[in-house]
Design a protein around this ligand. Sequence first.
Ligand code: NAD
Ligand code: DAU
Length: 332
Amino acid sequence: MKRLLVTGGAGFIGSNFVRYVTTIEPDIYITVLDKLTYAGNRENLANLTQNVELVIGDICDVSLVEKLVPVNDAVIHFAAESHNDQSLDNPSLFVQTNIIGTYTLIEACRKFNTRYHHVSTDEVYGELALDDPKKFTPESPYNPSSPYAATKAGSDLLVKAWVRSFGLHATISNCSNNYGPYQHIEKFIPRQITNILCGTKPKLYGNGKNVRDWIHVDDHSSAVWLILTQGKIGETYLIGANGEKDNKAVIDLILELMNQPNDAYEYVTDRLGHDLRYAIDATKLEQELGWQPKFTDFRKGLFETIMWYRENQQWWLREKEAVEREYMNRKK
Ligand code: NAD
Ligand code: DAU
Protein backbone atom coordinates (compact mmCIF):
# COMPACT_ATOMS: atom_id res chain seq x y z
CA MET A 1 0.00 0.00 0.00
CA LYS A 2 1.46 3.34 -1.07
CA ARG A 3 -1.42 5.76 -0.53
CA LEU A 4 -3.96 5.76 2.30
CA LEU A 5 -7.10 7.80 2.82
CA VAL A 6 -7.66 8.28 6.56
CA THR A 7 -11.04 9.78 7.44
CA GLY A 8 -11.24 11.63 10.76
CA GLY A 9 -7.45 11.85 10.81
CA ALA A 10 -7.52 15.22 12.58
CA GLY A 11 -9.37 13.75 15.58
CA PHE A 12 -7.97 11.93 18.61
CA ILE A 13 -7.45 8.36 17.42
CA GLY A 14 -7.16 9.19 13.71
CA SER A 15 -4.28 11.63 14.26
CA ASN A 16 -2.46 9.20 16.56
CA PHE A 17 -2.92 6.54 13.86
CA VAL A 18 -1.50 8.85 11.16
CA ARG A 19 1.51 9.59 13.41
CA TYR A 20 1.96 5.85 14.03
CA VAL A 21 1.92 5.00 10.30
CA THR A 22 4.35 7.81 9.39
CA THR A 23 6.73 6.35 12.00
CA ILE A 24 6.62 2.72 10.89
CA GLU A 25 6.09 3.32 7.12
CA PRO A 26 7.57 6.75 6.31
CA ASP A 27 7.18 6.28 2.54
CA ILE A 28 3.41 5.91 2.63
CA TYR A 29 1.49 8.99 1.46
CA ILE A 30 -1.53 9.77 3.65
CA THR A 31 -4.50 11.92 2.75
CA VAL A 32 -6.61 12.88 5.76
CA LEU A 33 -10.25 13.68 4.99
CA ASP A 34 -11.70 15.59 7.95
CA LYS A 35 -14.50 18.09 8.37
CA LEU A 36 -12.74 19.72 11.34
CA THR A 37 -15.78 19.65 13.59
CA TYR A 38 -15.29 20.87 17.18
CA ALA A 39 -13.50 17.53 17.76
CA GLY A 40 -11.07 17.89 14.85
CA ASN A 41 -7.96 20.05 15.04
CA ARG A 42 -5.35 20.64 12.35
CA GLU A 43 -2.78 21.10 15.12
CA ASN A 44 -3.12 17.36 15.80
CA LEU A 45 -1.23 16.81 12.55
CA ALA A 46 1.42 19.50 13.14
CA ASN A 47 4.98 18.30 12.34
CA LEU A 48 3.52 15.62 10.05
CA THR A 49 3.41 17.73 6.90
CA GLN A 50 5.79 15.53 4.91
CA ASN A 51 3.72 12.84 3.16
CA VAL A 52 0.54 13.90 5.00
CA GLU A 53 -2.07 16.09 3.35
CA LEU A 54 -5.22 17.40 5.03
CA VAL A 55 -8.34 17.74 2.90
CA ILE A 56 -11.05 19.59 4.80
CA GLY A 57 -14.37 18.09 3.81
CA ASP A 58 -17.33 15.93 4.74
CA ILE A 59 -17.43 12.13 4.37
CA CYS A 60 -21.08 12.57 3.27
CA ASP A 61 -19.95 14.59 0.21
CA VAL A 62 -20.27 12.03 -2.60
CA SER A 63 -18.35 13.97 -5.26
CA LEU A 64 -15.41 14.67 -2.92
CA VAL A 65 -15.33 11.08 -1.68
CA GLU A 66 -15.47 9.78 -5.28
CA LYS A 67 -12.46 11.97 -6.13
CA LEU A 68 -10.36 10.76 -3.18
CA VAL A 69 -11.18 7.05 -3.02
CA PRO A 70 -9.91 5.95 -6.49
CA VAL A 71 -6.48 7.55 -6.03
CA ASN A 72 -5.85 5.68 -2.79
CA ASP A 73 -5.05 2.01 -2.09
CA ALA A 74 -7.13 1.81 1.09
CA VAL A 75 -9.58 3.78 3.20
CA ILE A 76 -9.28 3.66 7.00
CA HIS A 77 -12.48 5.14 8.37
CA PHE A 78 -12.18 6.86 11.77
CA ALA A 79 -14.41 9.90 11.15
CA ALA A 80 -17.46 9.97 13.42
CA GLU A 81 -19.44 11.93 15.89
CA SER A 82 -17.96 10.13 18.89
CA HIS A 83 -19.32 11.46 22.19
CA ASN A 84 -22.21 9.73 23.98
CA ASP A 85 -23.31 12.84 25.89
CA GLN A 86 -23.49 14.86 22.66
CA SER A 87 -25.50 12.09 21.01
CA LEU A 88 -28.20 12.47 23.68
CA ASP A 89 -28.47 16.19 22.81
CA ASN A 90 -28.28 16.02 19.02
CA PRO A 91 -28.80 12.52 17.61
CA SER A 92 -29.48 13.66 14.04
CA LEU A 93 -25.86 14.69 13.53
CA PHE A 94 -24.83 11.18 14.58
CA VAL A 95 -27.23 9.54 12.11
CA GLN A 96 -25.90 11.78 9.34
CA THR A 97 -22.16 11.36 9.91
CA ASN A 98 -21.99 7.84 11.32
CA ILE A 99 -24.55 6.19 9.04
CA ILE A 100 -24.80 8.29 5.86
CA GLY A 101 -21.05 9.04 6.01
CA THR A 102 -20.17 5.35 6.24
CA TYR A 103 -22.66 4.52 3.48
CA THR A 104 -21.04 7.16 1.23
CA LEU A 105 -17.56 5.73 1.81
CA ILE A 106 -18.46 2.07 1.29
CA GLU A 107 -20.40 2.88 -1.88
CA ALA A 108 -17.28 4.61 -3.26
CA CYS A 109 -15.07 1.69 -2.17
CA ARG A 110 -17.47 -0.71 -3.88
CA LYS A 111 -17.45 1.37 -7.07
CA PHE A 112 -13.63 1.61 -7.24
CA ASN A 113 -12.89 -1.80 -5.66
CA THR A 114 -10.88 -0.21 -2.85
CA ARG A 115 -9.78 -1.88 0.41
CA TYR A 116 -11.77 -0.50 3.37
CA HIS A 117 -11.19 -0.74 7.11
CA HIS A 118 -14.01 0.25 9.43
CA VAL A 119 -13.10 1.54 12.90
CA SER A 120 -15.82 0.84 15.42
CA THR A 121 -16.50 0.50 19.11
CA ASP A 122 -17.30 -2.11 21.75
CA GLU A 123 -20.41 -0.04 22.58
CA VAL A 124 -22.29 -1.74 19.74
CA TYR A 125 -22.65 -4.77 22.05
CA GLY A 126 -24.39 -2.82 24.83
CA GLU A 127 -23.48 -3.38 28.46
CA LEU A 128 -22.28 -6.27 30.60
CA ALA A 129 -23.28 -6.78 34.23
CA LEU A 130 -20.58 -5.82 36.73
CA ASP A 131 -20.25 -9.40 37.98
CA ASP A 132 -20.56 -11.13 34.59
CA PRO A 133 -17.46 -13.28 33.96
CA LYS A 134 -18.06 -12.92 30.19
CA LYS A 135 -16.44 -10.35 27.90
CA PHE A 136 -17.48 -9.22 24.42
CA THR A 137 -16.40 -11.49 21.55
CA PRO A 138 -16.99 -11.16 17.79
CA GLU A 139 -20.04 -13.40 18.32
CA SER A 140 -21.70 -11.13 20.91
CA PRO A 141 -25.12 -9.89 19.79
CA TYR A 142 -25.52 -6.22 18.86
CA ASN A 143 -27.47 -4.36 21.57
CA PRO A 144 -26.52 -0.65 21.53
CA SER A 145 -27.81 1.71 24.24
CA SER A 146 -27.08 5.31 23.21
CA PRO A 147 -27.79 7.13 19.93
CA TYR A 148 -24.01 7.18 19.36
CA ALA A 149 -23.70 3.41 19.88
CA ALA A 150 -26.80 2.73 17.75
CA THR A 151 -25.39 4.71 14.81
CA LYS A 152 -22.04 2.94 15.11
CA ALA A 153 -23.91 -0.40 15.19
CA GLY A 154 -25.86 0.67 12.09
CA SER A 155 -22.63 1.57 10.30
CA ASP A 156 -21.06 -1.81 11.19
CA LEU A 157 -24.11 -3.62 9.83
CA LEU A 158 -23.93 -1.66 6.56
CA VAL A 159 -20.31 -2.78 6.14
CA LYS A 160 -21.19 -6.41 6.90
CA ALA A 161 -24.00 -6.29 4.31
CA TRP A 162 -21.72 -4.71 1.70
CA VAL A 163 -19.16 -7.49 2.28
CA ARG A 164 -21.72 -10.21 1.87
CA SER A 165 -23.84 -8.74 -0.95
CA PHE A 166 -21.23 -6.87 -2.98
CA GLY A 167 -17.93 -8.51 -1.98
CA LEU A 168 -16.58 -5.26 -0.46
CA HIS A 169 -12.92 -5.78 0.59
CA ALA A 170 -13.50 -4.76 4.17
CA THR A 171 -12.49 -5.54 7.72
CA ILE A 172 -14.06 -4.21 10.92
CA SER A 173 -12.52 -3.57 14.33
CA ASN A 174 -14.40 -2.87 17.57
CA CYS A 175 -12.18 -1.33 20.23
CA SER A 176 -12.62 -0.44 23.89
CA ASN A 177 -12.07 2.99 25.55
CA ASN A 178 -8.91 4.75 24.34
CA TYR A 179 -6.76 7.19 26.32
CA GLY A 180 -3.64 9.17 25.47
CA PRO A 181 -2.57 12.52 23.98
CA TYR A 182 -4.83 14.67 21.75
CA GLN A 183 -8.10 13.34 23.22
CA HIS A 184 -10.81 16.01 23.28
CA ILE A 185 -11.39 17.45 26.76
CA GLU A 186 -15.09 16.54 26.71
CA LYS A 187 -14.05 12.90 27.33
CA PHE A 188 -13.70 11.42 30.83
CA ILE A 189 -9.93 11.25 31.42
CA PRO A 190 -8.89 14.57 29.80
CA ARG A 191 -11.91 16.31 31.32
CA GLN A 192 -10.79 15.37 34.83
CA ILE A 193 -7.09 16.14 34.23
CA THR A 194 -7.94 19.58 32.84
CA ASN A 195 -10.49 20.19 35.63
CA ILE A 196 -7.71 19.70 38.18
CA LEU A 197 -5.31 21.88 36.17
CA CYS A 198 -8.01 24.61 36.24
CA GLY A 199 -8.66 24.22 39.97
CA THR A 200 -12.04 22.48 39.53
CA LYS A 201 -13.07 19.15 41.07
CA PRO A 202 -13.30 16.05 38.83
CA LYS A 203 -16.90 14.98 38.12
CA LEU A 204 -18.04 11.40 38.55
CA TYR A 205 -21.34 10.29 36.98
CA GLY A 206 -23.80 8.27 39.08
CA ASN A 207 -22.08 6.12 41.72
CA GLY A 208 -18.74 5.85 39.88
CA LYS A 209 -19.01 2.05 39.59
CA ASN A 210 -19.35 1.90 35.79
CA VAL A 211 -16.46 -0.03 34.27
CA ARG A 212 -14.54 0.82 31.10
CA ASP A 213 -11.81 -1.33 29.48
CA TRP A 214 -8.96 1.17 28.92
CA ILE A 215 -6.43 0.82 26.10
CA HIS A 216 -3.63 3.20 25.13
CA VAL A 217 -4.32 4.83 21.76
CA ASP A 218 -0.97 3.59 20.34
CA ASP A 219 -2.05 -0.01 20.99
CA HIS A 220 -5.26 0.71 19.06
CA SER A 221 -3.15 2.06 16.17
CA SER A 222 -0.88 -1.01 16.04
CA ALA A 223 -3.93 -3.28 16.02
CA VAL A 224 -5.67 -1.36 13.20
CA TRP A 225 -2.45 -1.42 11.14
CA LEU A 226 -2.10 -5.19 11.60
CA ILE A 227 -5.74 -5.79 10.65
CA LEU A 228 -5.41 -3.53 7.60
CA THR A 229 -2.28 -5.30 6.36
CA GLN A 230 -2.84 -8.89 7.54
CA GLY A 231 -6.52 -9.24 8.50
CA LYS A 232 -8.84 -11.57 6.65
CA ILE A 233 -11.35 -9.81 4.40
CA GLY A 234 -14.87 -9.91 5.81
CA GLU A 235 -13.72 -10.51 9.38
CA THR A 236 -14.38 -8.55 12.57
CA TYR A 237 -11.60 -8.22 15.16
CA LEU A 238 -12.10 -6.99 18.72
CA ILE A 239 -9.32 -4.79 20.14
CA GLY A 240 -8.75 -4.54 23.89
CA ALA A 241 -5.89 -4.75 26.38
CA ASN A 242 -7.47 -6.20 29.55
CA GLY A 243 -7.72 -2.73 31.09
CA GLU A 244 -10.98 -2.94 33.05
CA LYS A 245 -11.32 -0.28 35.75
CA ASP A 246 -14.27 1.42 37.36
CA ASN A 247 -14.53 5.18 36.96
CA LYS A 248 -13.93 5.86 40.64
CA ALA A 249 -10.63 3.93 40.49
CA VAL A 250 -9.54 6.06 37.51
CA ILE A 251 -10.39 9.29 39.38
CA ASP A 252 -8.51 8.01 42.47
CA LEU A 253 -5.40 7.39 40.36
CA ILE A 254 -5.62 10.78 38.61
CA LEU A 255 -5.92 12.51 42.00
CA GLU A 256 -2.93 10.59 43.35
CA LEU A 257 -0.75 11.23 40.28
CA MET A 258 -1.65 14.95 40.39
CA ASN A 259 -0.94 15.25 44.16
CA GLN A 260 -4.55 16.07 45.07
CA PRO A 261 -6.40 15.03 48.27
CA ASN A 262 -8.22 11.72 47.67
CA ASP A 263 -11.65 13.26 48.36
CA ALA A 264 -11.23 16.19 45.93
CA TYR A 265 -13.89 15.05 43.46
CA GLU A 266 -17.69 15.26 43.26
CA TYR A 267 -20.57 13.08 42.16
CA VAL A 268 -22.85 14.57 39.50
CA THR A 269 -26.10 13.51 37.80
CA ASP A 270 -25.72 10.26 35.88
CA ARG A 271 -25.79 9.98 32.06
CA LEU A 272 -29.12 8.78 30.60
CA GLY A 273 -28.93 5.10 29.70
CA HIS A 274 -25.36 4.88 31.07
CA ASP A 275 -23.88 1.47 30.21
CA LEU A 276 -22.56 -0.35 33.28
CA ARG A 277 -19.58 -2.21 31.91
CA TYR A 278 -17.62 -2.93 28.74
CA ALA A 279 -14.96 -5.65 28.46
CA ILE A 280 -13.18 -7.01 25.38
CA ASP A 281 -11.92 -10.52 24.68
CA ALA A 282 -9.17 -9.92 22.09
CA THR A 283 -8.21 -13.62 21.71
CA LYS A 284 -9.00 -13.71 17.97
CA LEU A 285 -6.70 -10.75 17.22
CA GLU A 286 -3.95 -12.20 19.41
CA GLN A 287 -4.15 -15.76 18.08
CA GLU A 288 -4.87 -15.14 14.38
CA LEU A 289 -2.71 -12.06 13.82
CA GLY A 290 -0.25 -12.29 16.74
CA TRP A 291 -1.14 -8.84 18.13
CA GLN A 292 -0.09 -7.90 21.67
CA PRO A 293 -0.58 -4.54 23.43
CA LYS A 294 2.63 -2.75 24.47
CA PHE A 295 1.30 -0.08 26.83
CA THR A 296 -0.08 -2.33 29.55
CA ASP A 297 1.09 -0.22 32.53
CA PHE A 298 -2.01 1.99 32.98
CA ARG A 299 -0.43 4.00 35.80
CA LYS A 300 2.53 4.93 33.57
CA GLY A 301 0.32 5.64 30.54
CA LEU A 302 -2.00 7.81 32.63
CA PHE A 303 0.95 9.70 34.14
CA GLU A 304 2.34 10.42 30.65
CA THR A 305 -1.10 11.54 29.52
CA ILE A 306 -1.35 13.91 32.50
CA MET A 307 2.09 15.30 31.59
CA TRP A 308 0.94 15.84 27.99
CA TYR A 309 -2.07 17.92 29.09
CA ARG A 310 0.12 19.82 31.56
CA GLU A 311 2.66 20.64 28.84
CA ASN A 312 0.15 21.42 26.07
CA GLN A 313 -2.24 23.86 27.72
CA GLN A 314 -2.36 25.98 24.54
CA TRP A 315 -3.95 22.95 22.83
CA TRP A 316 -6.97 22.78 25.19
CA LEU A 317 -7.25 25.84 27.43
CA ARG A 318 -9.18 28.11 25.05
CA GLU A 319 -11.92 25.47 24.74
CA LYS A 320 -12.24 24.53 28.40
CA GLU A 321 -14.77 27.13 29.43
CA ALA A 322 -17.11 26.37 26.53
CA VAL A 323 -16.91 22.60 27.13
CA GLU A 324 -17.77 23.01 30.81
CA ARG A 325 -20.57 25.46 29.96
CA GLU A 326 -22.05 22.81 27.70
CA TYR A 327 -21.91 20.26 30.53
CA MET A 328 -23.65 22.78 32.84
CA ASN A 329 -26.41 23.45 30.29
CA ARG A 330 -26.89 19.70 29.82
CA LYS A 331 -27.57 19.31 33.57
CA LYS A 332 -30.41 21.87 33.46
P1 NAD B 1 -12.98 12.25 17.71
O1 NAD B 1 -14.31 12.82 17.99
O2 NAD B 1 -11.81 12.68 18.53
O3 NAD B 1 -12.58 12.52 16.19
C1 NAD B 1 -13.51 12.40 15.14
C2 NAD B 1 -12.94 13.10 13.92
O4 NAD B 1 -13.88 12.94 12.83
C3 NAD B 1 -12.76 14.62 14.11
O5 NAD B 1 -11.51 15.02 13.60
C4 NAD B 1 -13.91 15.23 13.30
O6 NAD B 1 -13.59 16.51 12.77
C5 NAD B 1 -14.07 14.20 12.19
N1 NAD B 1 -15.41 14.22 11.59
C6 NAD B 1 -16.60 14.24 12.25
N2 NAD B 1 -17.62 14.28 11.37
C7 NAD B 1 -17.06 14.28 10.13
C8 NAD B 1 -17.59 14.29 8.82
N3 NAD B 1 -18.92 14.32 8.60
N4 NAD B 1 -16.74 14.28 7.77
C9 NAD B 1 -15.40 14.26 7.98
N5 NAD B 1 -14.83 14.25 9.21
C10 NAD B 1 -15.66 14.25 10.27
O7 NAD B 1 -13.17 10.67 17.77
P2 NAD B 1 -12.17 9.53 18.26
O8 NAD B 1 -12.34 9.33 19.70
O9 NAD B 1 -10.84 9.80 17.69
O10 NAD B 1 -12.82 8.27 17.52
C11 NAD B 1 -12.44 7.92 16.20
C12 NAD B 1 -13.17 6.67 15.78
O11 NAD B 1 -12.86 5.60 16.65
C13 NAD B 1 -14.69 6.81 15.79
O12 NAD B 1 -15.20 6.12 14.68
C14 NAD B 1 -15.10 6.14 17.08
O13 NAD B 1 -16.40 5.61 16.98
C15 NAD B 1 -14.06 5.04 17.19
N6 NAD B 1 -13.74 4.58 18.54
C16 NAD B 1 -13.41 5.48 19.51
C17 NAD B 1 -13.04 5.01 20.78
C18 NAD B 1 -12.61 5.96 21.88
O14 NAD B 1 -12.37 5.52 23.00
N7 NAD B 1 -12.49 7.25 21.64
C19 NAD B 1 -13.03 3.63 21.03
C20 NAD B 1 -13.41 2.75 20.01
C21 NAD B 1 -13.74 3.24 18.76
O1 DAU C 1 -16.01 2.10 24.58
C1 DAU C 1 -15.55 2.85 23.50
C2 DAU C 1 -16.16 4.23 23.55
O2 DAU C 1 -15.47 4.94 24.59
C3 DAU C 1 -16.04 5.01 22.25
O3 DAU C 1 -16.79 4.34 21.27
C4 DAU C 1 -16.53 6.44 22.40
O4 DAU C 1 -16.30 7.16 21.19
C5 DAU C 1 -15.76 7.10 23.52
O5 DAU C 1 -16.24 8.40 23.75
C6 DAU C 1 -15.88 6.27 24.79
O6 DAU C 1 -17.26 6.29 25.28
P1 DAU C 1 -17.60 6.44 26.84
O7 DAU C 1 -18.96 7.00 26.94
O8 DAU C 1 -17.26 5.20 27.57
O9 DAU C 1 -16.47 7.54 27.22
P2 DAU C 1 -16.51 8.88 28.11
O10 DAU C 1 -15.09 9.38 28.13
O11 DAU C 1 -17.56 9.82 27.71
O12 DAU C 1 -16.88 8.31 29.55
C7 DAU C 1 -16.12 7.26 30.17
C8 DAU C 1 -16.84 6.89 31.46
O13 DAU C 1 -16.74 7.97 32.39
C9 DAU C 1 -18.32 6.63 31.30
O14 DAU C 1 -18.70 5.59 32.19
C10 DAU C 1 -18.97 7.95 31.71
C11 DAU C 1 -18.03 8.46 32.78
N1 DAU C 1 -17.90 9.93 32.94
C12 DAU C 1 -17.70 10.68 31.81
C13 DAU C 1 -17.52 12.03 31.91
C14 DAU C 1 -17.31 12.89 30.68
C15 DAU C 1 -17.89 10.51 34.21
O15 DAU C 1 -18.05 9.80 35.22
N2 DAU C 1 -17.69 11.84 34.30
C16 DAU C 1 -17.51 12.65 33.21
O16 DAU C 1 -17.32 13.87 33.38
